[in-house]
Design a protein around this ligand. Sequence first.
Ligand code: PLP
Length: 216
Amino acid sequence: MIKENLQKIFSELPEGVELVAATKGRSSDEILTAIDSGIKIIGENYVQEAEKKFEVIGNRIKWHFIGHLQKNKVKKAVQIFDIIETIDSYEIASSLDKVCYNENKVLPILVEVNSGKEKDKTGVFPEGVIDLIKKISCFNNIKMQGIMTMGPLLKEPEEYRVYFKLTKNLFNDIKSLGLRNVDMKYLSMGMSDSYKIAIQEGANIVRIGTKIFGKG
Ligand SMILES: *Cc1c(COP(=O)(O)O)cnc(C)c1O
C-alpha cells in the first residue's frame, strides 16, 4: 500500500514541491519501504523516537524535525536532523545555536507560525514572527530558511486556505525585507487532508503521514 500511495502522490506533485513523509509512530520497516518507493525526506516529531530509527536508517535520507523541540533534546537533535522546522522562541534558537557552534555545524531552521492563533498550540503568532526572525538572524550557527505552519484542525480541506494564504503573505513580507542571514527558501505547509490547497497557496514543502502510511 505504501508504494501505491506514494506513486499516486508523486505523480500529482508539482515540480519544485518537496515531499516530507511524516513518520511519527511508524516503524523503521515502513520507513524503509517508503524510501524504496522514492521518499528522500522524513519528518519526525520526537527526538527519542528518531534516535532509534536513525540507528537503522542513518543518513541515506534527510531528516526534518517537525515536533516541539525541548531544550534538553537539542544536542541529540543536532546530531540527527538536517533541518529544524519548528523554531518558535528566541530561547530555543539560542540554545540550538550554541550546540551547533560546539558541534561545528550550521543548521538550517524554519520558524513555526501559529497561523490560527491558537493559545494551546506551539508556534509564533503571525504578528510576532518578523520580530523573532530579526532577533535570531544574528546567530551564526543556525540559518533561517523559511517558515512552516500547521493551522487549526479543520473538517473541510478548503477551510485551510485562509491560514495558508496568511502564512504565504507573511513569507512574502519577510522575503521583501531582505534581512541579512535570512534566506527565504522554504514554505512548509499542508498535510494529508490539506496539501493540495497548500500547494495552490504556495507551499514548497508538504508533510504527509496518513495518506502514505494509512491511519496510525
Ligand atoms: C503528523 C504530522 C503531519 C502529517 O499529518 P497527516 O495528517 O498524517 O498527513 C504533518 N506535520 C506535522 C507537524 C505532524 O505532526
